[in-house]
Design a protein around this ligand. Structure first.
Ligand SMILES: Cc1ncc(COP(=O)(O)O)c(C=O)c1O
Length: 479
């Protein structure tokens, strides 16, 4: 497809309506004009609209089709939540206006804090961080503040299981900690003996997500918590997978001291594409003083944003978090209620197990027990037999109108494809996915070469993904 610059034809702009006479009447003074006209494309209005409509159809979102991107929870978000957040009562406010004129907005924040405490079992929650990764950064800085407060300066290590999401070791390293890798056992769970050997008086914290990124529940969590706490460390919960356990169990009850939420995954707000997201941080009561402030409070019939910045890490972000994302989250929590949140988690797990049973025949990694909200297939046997890789299979799904699952993650599994169907997909969609996989595997066995150069329905077939991420060319002109 041509760029809009390439479609530009001089004199084509504004060909529908006559020129606005006011423009010449109120022309800016000559000294305010730039020396050279900007190099903007010239195209008729209809051509511009068609160009951008065509571009928008090239993007794939959950509103276009099935998006089982493991670890990312690309579920459908009810449009009613968007409607709530677009109310002028929430959009036409300013973060610096007086608190007594924004009582309703502060109430939203207060009620969401309370709801998150209830669902997570934590003692206090700050809504400030803007993403899961920023929540991790806040959380690990709370770890640091806690140990500093106790004058315990020898704790220089953060333990991270090898199945962890990349942001966990990255966060620990960014916060100045040495990352210690804890291996998984053959069952995909944290190797408890290895953890026991690693945990000592230099351990600041263990970062863990449960269910883990293989979609397995860390059933030894109570023992894990005991080992870390006995060593004097804190237990950090990566809450990206909260949508698998809401209403069933709680990080606070499992022994975690600090956690972040990925509101933009769990509580029905858009995810991906650069945000805005929200990664609230919850802590047990003993650590509440280290949370970033201000927090929403309620006393004597008045809501307030309070905090004296004397805590551990003060601010993490300007103002109070991504407020409209928080509105959507509260809407979703209130609309579903306690039973509905539990039902959402149970459906997420049910859907994942349904799809796993349909697809596990292609995998050399077998689950001997049900999975949680996501699962990983290993296609290394298929690759050995046919030369077709997990990437070839994933790319071919695009031609069938499905977004590929996460590829090559976790790193501990060869030729990994990680599926997370989410709670919002129907049985029909899951059956369709199973049929698509069946067709693609059939092609892999009979006409493998066809899959090495898929997809065939996109403008670019196989971009250099590293280059596209690290050195994107986003400008038409090179200056
Ligand atoms: C397990 C896990 N932890 C952390 C993150 C980071 O969250 P965010 O993308 O909001 O920064 C993700 C994101 O997908 C995740 O899956």
């Amino acid at each position: 497809m041509k760029l809009i610059f390439e479609k530009s034809t001089p004199g084509q702009a504004n060909d529908i309506l006559p020129a606005n006479p006011l423009i010449s009447q109120y022309a800016p003074p000559t000294e305010a004009l730039r020396a050279n006209a900007p190099r903007l494309p010239e195209a008729a209005e209809v051509a511009v609209v068609r160009h951008y409509m065509a571009l928008s159809r090239m993007a794939f979102g959950v509103d276009n089709g099935f998006y089982p991107l493991g670890s990312c929870t690309m579920k459908y978000n009810p449009k009613a939540a968007e409607r709530a957040a677009s109310s002028p009562h929430f959009t036409d406010i300013h973060p610096l206006q007086s608190q007594d004129s924004a009582q309703g907005c502060i109430e939203v924040m207060y009620r969401l804090q309370e709801a998150l405490n209830e669902v997570s079992g934590m003692g206090a929650t700050s809504l400030m961080p803007a993403a899961g990764a920023q929540g991790e950064w806040v959380g690990i800085n709370i770890v640091r503040a806690y140990h500093a407060h106790n004058h315990d300066t020898k704790r220089t290590k953060v333990l991270v299981p090898d199945s962890a999401h990349g942001t966990n070791p990255a966060t620990a390293a960014m916060c100045g900690y040495e990352v210690v890798n804890i291996p998984s056992g053959p069952d995909g769970l944290v190797d408890v003996d290895a953890l026991e050997q690693a945990a000592d008086n230099t351990t600041a914290a263990l970062m863990l997500t449960n269910p883990n990124t293989l979609g397995k529940f860390e059933k030894n969590i109570c023992r894990i918590a005991e080992i870390v706490h006995n060593a004097g460390g804190l237990l950090y919960y990566d809450g990206a997978n909260m949508n698998a356990i809401m209403g069933v169990t709680r990080p606070g009850d499992m022994g975690f001291d600090i956690m972040h939420w990925n509101i933009h995954k769990t509580l029905a707000t858009p995810h991906g594409g650069g945000g805005p997201g929200s990664g609230p941080v919850g802590v047990c009561k003993a650590l509440a003083r280290f949370l970033p402030t201000p927090m929403a409070t309620f006393a004597d019939g008045t809501y307030a944003l309070s905090g004296d910045d004397s805590g551990g890490i003060k601010r993490a972000k300007i103002f109070y978090g991504n407020f409209l994302v928080l509105v959507k989250a509260l809407y979703y929590v209130l609309a579903l209620g306690a039973d509905g949140l539990k039902e959402a988690s149970m459906r997420a797990v049910l859907n994942a197990n349904y799809l796993l049973r349909a697809l596990e025949q292609y995998s050399s990694l077998r689950y001997d027990s049900p999975c949680m909200h996501e699962f990983v297939l290993s296609l290394d046997t298929l690759k050995e037999q046919t030369g077709v890789s997990a990437q070839d299979i994933a790319k071919t799904m695009i031609d069938y109108g499905v977004h590929p699952p996460t590829m090559y993650f976790p790193l501990t599994v060869g030729e990994a494809l990680m599926f997370e169907p989410t709670e919002t997909e129907s049985r029909q969609t899951l059956d369709d996915m199973a049929n698509i996989m069946d067709k693609i595997i059939h092609t892999a066995k009979n006409d493998a070469d066809l899959l090495h150069t898929s997809p065939y329905t996109t403008p670019v077939c196989r971009p250099d993904e590293v280059k596209a991420a690290r050195e994107p060319k986003l400008r038409h002109y090179d200056h």
